[in-house]
Ligand binder design. Structure first.
Ligand SMILES: [Zn+2]
Length: 234
């Protein structure tokens, strides 16, 4: 997901209590690969070494090709911050936090195979769109592209039981977002190679309009979805 900075909650007293000096020892590491530097910070050493190693490995395996394929000028300095005070799953923020992936360690403790959540979040850094969740940068498309990328660049999605859906359920549309939109993008990209890259570029430069679907596929967005839904239910 993407989280807007102004929605950040203040630290509560209960949260601060978790950081009583002496009860936690911080883990920090910096790694470089092919021009990208990753700063990994886990202030309370909440994530076990085996999972930490997989997270860092997954980050480089996903981010380097995502960046090369979609946005070579995307951040070359990235941070992964393990934050027990964050009660979601993982997010990339705005402005100063636009190249920081924050992860809730409690989620990883319960879903130890879900290290490709980093692949979804890394794509948000590559996206680096100037806005989020409005007509120029629709949230459903931003999250759909991130899940399309998780499928395409993921290291071990099967370990999390994660996959793009093969069928369409009643009530779903192109604008449902996340995996539903991701599967639709994968099908559309196969029929119209270059579509996702074109959409991504338009979103980044503020040129996105629904008419782009017609330009790149010859079909309106609703018509393309109808064709996909028909193919997916066969
Ligand atoms: Zn996301």
């Amino acid at each position: 997901m993407i989280r807007v900075a102004h929605a950040a909650l203040p630290l509560s007293l209960a949260t601060l209590a978790l950081f009583t000096p002496g009860t936690a020892c911080a883990f920090e590491a910096t790694q470089r690969q092919d021009g990208v530097t990753l700063h990994y910070r886990d202030a309370s050493d909440a994530v076990p070494e085996a999972i930490r190693t997989r997270i860092i490995d997954t980050f480089f395996k996903a981010y380097l090709p995502q960046r090369a394929d979609f946005h070579p000028h995307a951040a070359s300095e990235v941070a992964i911050v393990i934050d027990p005070a964050y009660d979601g799953i993982a997010y990339v923020g705005e402005k100063a936090k636009a190249s920081t992936i924050t992860i809730n360690p409690a989620w990883l403790a319960k879903h130890t195979g879900d290290t490709d959540l980093v692949t979804h979040e890394a794509m948000h850094i590559v996206q680096g769109y100037p806005e989020y969740a409005n007509a120029r940068v629709p949230g459903w498309l931003v999250e759909g592209i991130a899940d399309y990328a998780r499928d395409r660049y993921g290291v071990d999605n099967a370990a999390a039981g994660w996959a793009l859906p093969l069928t369409v359920k009643e009530g779903q549309t192109a604008e449902t977002g996340y995996r539903v939109t991701g599967a639709f993008l994968k099908w559309s990209e196969a029929a119209h190679p270059g579509l996702v890259k074109a959409l991504d570029g338009a979103l980044r430069s503020g040129r996105y309009t629904p008419a782009l679907w017609q330009t790149h596929t010859g079909h309106t967005l609703p018509d393309l979805w109808t064709a996909y839904a028909k193919a997916a239910t066969r």
